[in-house]
Design a protein. Structure first.
Length: 1038
């Protein structure tokens, strides 16, 4: 008998050696690619945001807004394709964020914004530091941070040693982009004049400035040309010792030269310690290591740690200096990837166990087992070609794909096994079996791909975050189809022995019993099919509220053990007083057994080598021990700590605690979950309204950490010049500004060169004289002359103390007040927004004032719209694939009608486990479209085959579903078991994909009942109507 059909499977059966060699090639290539794949926590994410940071130490927010923010905003607002320009202006710092649409080439946008910034620089004060402009790229977050401390060195020497020596050993390491230093204090030479003595000698601070600047300069004088040679020349010479500064002549009286040390103290000192850094309570210097954008995080951290060990071994780091790691991204990455890999391996083992229980044959089970690693290696090859990294998304995709990998191979193997049980010849059994299922396997694979491919073409955060997951799953599914059509028939045709072991006999008996009972159930249900269909429709209707409730979030909460604390006290508090508060809180946190490291910043913030000084603010980053070493979650830790902090009752101190989740992962442009923006003309009115709204927000139990940007005010010294009096004396605003700067924080008037380093020379008045605002009146502007008294600042100006905004927020060049809040433990974004909307209805805004949303609401609404688009696209593409296969719309519609009812299972899982709706759940639900139709396709295909041999529709349906019971049970249970470890979610990193796996497991489990019960009934209903119409038409014709 001539064997026909079988296609690729028939060729594979005849060429097992060729198939084996191809499989080995895939394994070798996969291993080679795997060894070269970069490792990271997340796919490479570049947000469509650009940030500009401008620093000008000590300048009040109102002045920064007027002199810097407005000018820069005007230029940046016309950056091409800019959607939004927001700014935050604080004491001495302006941060401006430009937001673009996803899909914008951010490098082009960066160049355009840089050009606009260069134009704005011409209008900015000379005192600002060079503006920074950069992409808000997660790769810029330090991969590891250290605090360098010592009991043997002062903070001045430690800062110098860390900057000059330690950091230099890291900057040239492979993959390292920068080694940034922060905190500590730097050496400076302070000149502290005696005002009265200066004035008595007819001198002022201006004489000191002029003397230092003129004496501390090199002036080139050209070349001296001589026969056959030439020599360059210069006049002057830099000051190279503190004693040389002391001996500088600054004036003359009665033929006596006045030296600087006679009228001022010259002190080799350090700058004021305005920012304090600690690791676990020990003061030190921060050293942050940044990686290059495409570098492997784990490799960079490993190289840095090896270098650190070598430096200690070689005594480059001398005894007495401690370098303590306070944050290390690689720890969480390693643990997360390990857990994802464990989930994939566990899933594969469980899936193989299911296959073995059904087939009762170890050799056939190993065929399935060999198909899994080959498909995974094939996926690695495609990942390498696609430039993907090994991260929790790609590994999670493999873990999810393991269950789906075995579907096609089981269908092929089970059908070959069934034909072999009929005692067909090996070649005939394999070829006949392959011919029967080739079409359904290709169709089911196509529907799987059709359901998830739309994700690859969408933008936004979903595209950035999940595209590699979808790519990995798609590659694994495609690989499983190729293996099912080649490797499985080639090997399965060689396994001709029918096992008689007890397990097979038991399972055959159980399946036979189920088939018998199932046939009777279907026969009965066919008689009441409308009732059964109505019950399914009712179940679907009852599940819909689950998907439309307010129990929604964007992404699951990720417990990586990292907690951020922000502390704000009353304006005007000193750094010392603020530090005393912080130390009390540190003691509480250190006493918790779950606390591993505490990194503290008191008095401001650090940005690379720049820092912001704010005495009333402090920040802490707490790293908890790994999740498997603690009994409580990060949220429970926060709840307990917040209770203990409240018991301290520190007046004026507000403490905000956040579980930030994965570093660098942002769902929106702001920092908080909830954000409202209030806009209007009068800032004072906006503050009053914001106070009222904030009080109402604090009454919502779902919100915590409620604050607004105008809440904190800062005392500001205002010096108002008497212009008439100043005109008489020849004074201007610049004279007053220089005098006030000298009195308060001092002025850097030159620098001091020693070796290869230069240090600031600062002129400042004695701080004990400047201990209240009115003391500024005693600043001497001009010395006495002709017996008259000196001219004091108080003679030409009035000094007042004003309340001014500590922070000024602007959006699209308009002042706003931003109200923000975080979600309380257990609260969901959707529920919080519902209560927030109810609160907003109770607020009556003054005329001309508006309030609008920021935060995650916009991102959530955009995601909900995107989900509907993806759902519609997936359904349409699946229908297209099936219509092409059947060349008919009837059967595709019958199969597609089974899809919505899988949502019943998803809803049951969400309700039972009490999960909030999130992007991963929607992703899993949409993935189900392709998975659910697989069994329906196979079932309808077999019904069609049976109808060719049996004209009775009812008998054909019953016989087909009875025969397909075993493969449907096998494929469903193997897929469910393959995804079960990910759905259970063990260890770090599992939270992101656990909801997706739960949605698939519950939906697929319920869809098995849909395939076995509903699909046959719907098929019978539609085709009975079709047959009846066909019969009526034939009767009418006759």
């Amino acid at each position: 008998m001539k064997i026909q059909g079988g296609g690729l499977a028939a060729w594979s059966i005849k060429h097992p050696i060729g198939v084996s060699m191809i499989a080995m090639t895939v394994i070798v290539l996969g291993l080679a690619v795997l060894s070269r794949l970069a490792i990271d926590l997340l796919p490479q994410i570049i947000y469509p945001d650009i940030r500009i940071r401008i620093l000008d130490e000590g300048v009040p927010a109102t002045v920064m807004e007027d002199q810097v923010t407005r000018f820069v905003e005007e230029q940046l607002a016309i950056t091409e394709d800019a959607l939004n320009v927001q700014s935050s202006t604080d004491l001495g710092i302006v941060e401006i964020d430009i937001t673009f649409d996803y899909g914008k080439d951010i490098d082009v946008a960066l160049r355009d914004a840089s050009t606009r910034l260069d134009r704005a620089k011409t209008q900015l004060p000379d005192s600002i530091q060079p503006p920074e402009i950069f992409k808000r790229d997660p790769s810029q977050i330090p991969v590891i941070e250290f605090v360098v401390s010592s009991d043997l060195m002062s903070l001045v020497d430690l800062r110098t040693w860390t900057d000059d020596i330690l950091s230099k050993w890291f900057i040239n390491l492979p993959g390292v982009a920068a080694a940034e230093i922060g905190g500590g204090v730097e050496r400076e030479i302070q000149i502290i004049p005696d005002q009265q003595r200066l004035a008595a000698m007819g001198l002022s601070y201006r004489n000191i400035v002029e003397t230092i600047q003129s004496a501390n300069d090199d002036i080139a004088i050209g070349r001296l040309q001589m026969p056959g040679s030439e020599i360059t020349g210069r006049i002057g010479g830099r000051l190279n010792s503190v004693e040389a500064i002391r001996q500088l002549p600054i004036g003359r009286t009665d033929n006596n030269i006045i030296k600087l040390h006679e009228v001022a103290k010259v002190v080799d000192s350090s700058e004021d310690e305005r920012l304090r850094i600690r690791a676990n309570g020990i003061s030190g210097i921060k050293l942050a290591i940044q990686k290059q954008p495409n570098a492997n995080t784990n490799n960079v951290v490993e190289v840095v740690n090896r270098q650190l060990d070598w430096l200690e071994e070689q005594n480059v780091i001398p005894p007495g200096i401690n370098v303590t790691a306070v944050t290390d991204q690689s720890v969480y990455i390693k643990q997360s990837l390990k857990n994802a890999a464990t989930a994939a391996i566990s899933g594969a083992i469980l899936a193989m166990l299911v296959v073995y229980l059904f087939l009762g044959n170890l050799r056939r089970t190993l065929i399935i087992g060999s198909a899994i690693p080959i498909a995974i290696m094939f996926t690695f090859v495609l990942m390498g070609l696609g430039g993907l990294t090994l991260n929790i998304m790609t590994l999670g995709g493999l873990a999810l794909g393991v269950g789906m990998l075995v579907d096609n191979t089981i269908v092929m193997l089970e059908n070959i096994y069934r034909h072999q049980c009929k005692h067909e010849k090996p070649l005939e059994a394999g070829t006949h079996a392959a011919a029967e299922v080739n079409g359904p396997i290709i169709a089911s694979t196509s529907t799987n791909l059709a359901a998830i491919l739309p994700f690859l073409f969408i933008g936004g955060l979903t595209g950035l975050l999940f595209s590699e997951l979808i790519f990995t799953i798609s590659a694994a599914i495609f690989a499983s189809m190729v293996i099912a059509l080649t490797l499985v028939p080639a090997y399965a045709a060689k396994v001709t022995q029918i096992s008689n072991n007890p397990i097979r006999k038991m399972m055959d008996g159980l399946i036979g019993f189920l088939q018998l009972g199932y046939g009777k159930v279907i026969r009965f249900f066919l008689k009441i099919k409308l009732l059964i269909i109505a019950l399914f429709i009712g179940g679907f209707a009852l599940s819909l509220p689950i998907f439309t409730s307010g129990n929604q979030i964007l992404l699951p909460n990720i417990d990586d053990g990292r907690i951020e604390v922000r502390m704000v006290s009353d304006s005007g508090i000193s750094v010392d007083e603020m530090d005393s508060y912080v130390q009390r809180i540190e003691q509480i946190m250190d006493a918790k057994p779950e606390t591993e490291t505490i990194f503290t910043l008191v008095g401001g913030s650090v940005f690379g080598r720049s820092q912001r000084e704010e005495p009333s603010r402090a920040e802490m980053t707490i790293e908890l021990v790994p999740a498997d070493q603690r009994d409580i979650s990060s949220q429970e830790w926060i709840k307990d700590i917040r209770k203990q902090i409240d018991e301290l009752q520190i007046a004026g101190l507000r403490v905000f605690l956040f579980q930030r989740g994965i570093r660098g992962l942002r769902t929106h442009s702001g920092d908080e979950d909830i954000s409202l923006r209030l806009q209007g003309e009068d800032f004072a009115v906006m503050k009053t309204v914001a106070d009222e709204i904030a009080d109402k927000m604090r009454q919502i139990p779902l919100l915590t950490n409620v604050e607004h940007s105008a809440e904190e005010e800062r005392f500001e010294i205002s010096i108002k010049l008497n212009r008439d009096r100043a005109q008489e004396l020849g004074l201007d605003m610049q004279d007053l500004a220089e005098a006030a700067q000298t009195a308060l924080q001092g002025r850097v008037i030159s620098d001091f060169l020693e070796g290869n380093r230069s240090y600031d020379i600062r002129l400042r008045l004695p701080q004990e004289e400047m201990n209240n605002p009115q003391a500024l009146r005693s600043i001497i502007l001009f010395p006495s002359s002709d017996g008259s008294s000196p001219l004091y600042l108080g003679d030409v100006a009035e000094i007042e103390l004003l309340d001014t905004p500590s922070r000024i927020r602007r959006e699209n060049q308009m002042r706003i007040v931003e109200l923000s809040a975080a979600l309380a433990d257990g609260a969901t974004l959707g529920e919080a927004l519902i209560q927030l909307d109810q609160m907003r209805q109770e607020i009556e805004l003054p005329t001309g004032y508006t309030i609008y949303d920021g935060g995650q609401r916009e991102a959530l609404e955009q995601q909900q719209y995107q989900n509907l688009i993806l759902l519609g696209l997936a359904l349409f593409l699946v229908l297209v694939v099936m219509a092409i296969q059947y060349e008919s719309l009837l059967n595709p519609i019958i199969i597609l009608l089974s899809v919505p009812f899988a949502a019943i299972g998803v809803a049951m899982g969400i309700y039972w486990i009490d999960l909030p709706l999130s992007m991963p759940i929607w992703l899993g639900t949409i993935m189900l479209i392709g998975i659910v139709v697989n069994n329906a396709i196979l079932l309808v295909n077999y019904i069609e085959l049976e109808r060719r041999h049996n004209n009775n529709l009812t008998e054909a349906v019953i016989e087909a579903v009875r025969l397909r019971l075993r493969p449907i049970l096998m494929t469903t249970l193997s897929t469910v078991m393959g995804m079960l470890p990910l759905a259970i979610g063990f260890g770090e990193g599992s939270e992101m994909l656990q909801p997706l796996a739960i949605a698939v497991v519950w939906g697929l489990s319920f869809s098995m009942m849909v395939s076995l019960l509903l699909v046959p009934l719907v098929y019978h209903l539609f085709h009975s109507i079709k047959d009846r119409n066909k019969f009526d038409n034939q009767t009418a014709l006759t």
